[in-house]
Design a protein around this ligand. Structure first.
Ligand code: CUA
Length: 325
């Protein structure tokens, strides 16, 4: 029956449905667990207050109808307790819980914790690691179970760094370096999102946090220091040549090649990334070709102008970029 289905669906929304939901109520780490617990505390207090108010209303309407005599002293005591003392206790308790969580969420990780340096650009995330020379974009890898320090800066306007399943929002303020941390209890991918309106493509300023076992993370990080993968096929070699000698290299860099542009994302491992355009479209050959030809039709307003690529060169460029892992 429909009411039962609706009720179950509502309940499902409330629980975040566990599973793969990117909801803050489906925490995957210590930071988000605190936020979720605080949320549930407020939720159940609200439920208790709502039920109590409704019960009193029903009692007044149904059982006390017509009885207007009030004994002296009684209403005043009721107002003092139900209207002032009880709310005071609740608010102080919630305030205390909030302060406790704020302190815990603001605590710096160990001094030797891995450090990720994230810079917000309209509309993508530049990702670097302390001690590593290379860069990647819109994808942050972290070792499972460890607290990773995240240093946040913005290159232009305000952005906000948010991974609902791992940590609450931290704003990126022009001229300041902010710090937060990430920690994931289990391996997997966690979606992140810019949470401060920053222009027309604010919605397409997503990123992914990939938590992996320490050894895998170390191997991934080591590749961030090494030259990009060499082209293996003729098509890939022609693609590399077109990339380095064409306009691509004016804005993008690929480690170990002549392409050293710094305007757009570093593309040294672009073939392995989860998306193109910070979550705008999936990272596959078709979308990559469309993006190179005219990214303005995919993500209007982004900094990359339409490219005049020779039709015969496009498949080579796609083959080369897809091979960079
Ligand atoms: Cu960056 Cu919204």
């Amino acid at each position: 029956p429909r009411p039962v289905v609706s009720a179950l669906f509502g309940l499902c929304l409330l629980t975040g449905c566990a599973g793969d939901s990117p909801s803050a109520l489906n925490p995957g780490g210590a930071g988000a667990s605190r936020v979720a617990n605080l949320w549930w505390l407020l939720f159940w207090i609200s439920v208790a207050v709502f039920v109590e108010v409704m019960a009193l209303l029903v009692w007044a309407l149904v059982f006390r109808r017509g009885d207007v005599r009030v004994r002296h002293g009684q209403p005043l005591r009721f107002v003092a307790i139900a209207g002032a003392a009880i709310p005071f206790v609740i608010l102080v308790a919630v305030y205390g819980a909030g302060l406790r969580d704020l302190a815990a969420l603001g605590a710096a990780p160990d001094r030797d914790a891995p450090t990720v340096e994230v810079t917000g650009h309209t509309w993508w995330w530049e990702v670097r690691y302390a001690g590593a020379s290379g860069a990647t974009a819109n994808e942050i890898h972290i070792p499972v179970g460890e607290r990773v320090r995240v240093r946040l800066r913005t290159d232009d306007v305000l952005h906000s760094f948010w991974v609902p399943q791992l940590m609450p929002k931290t704003d990126l303020i022009a001229g300041e370096t902010r710090e937060t941390w990430l920690q994931a209890e289990r391996a997997g991918s966690y979606r992140g999102q810019c949470a401060e309106y920053c222009g027309t493509q604010h919605a397409h300023m997503a990123f992914l946090v990939v938590a992996q076992p320490r050894a895998e993370f170390d191997a991934w990080l080591a590749r961030l220091d090494a030259p990009a993968r060499q082209p293996q096929t003729d098509a890939e070699r022609r693609g590399e040549q077109a990339f380095v000698q064409g306009t691509c290299a004016a804005c993008h860099s690929i480690r170990g090649t002549g392409a050293q542009g710094t305007v757009g994302p570093d593309l040294s491992n672009v073939g392995s990334r989860w998306s193109i355009g910070a979550g705008a479209v999936p990272n596959d050959a078709g979308h990559l070709g469309g993006w190179i030809a005219n990214s303005q039709t995919v993500k209007p307003g982004n900094a990359m102008p339409p490219q005049q690529v020779e039709a015969a060169r496009l498949p080579d460029l796609i083959a080369y970029l897809r091979s960079l892992e």
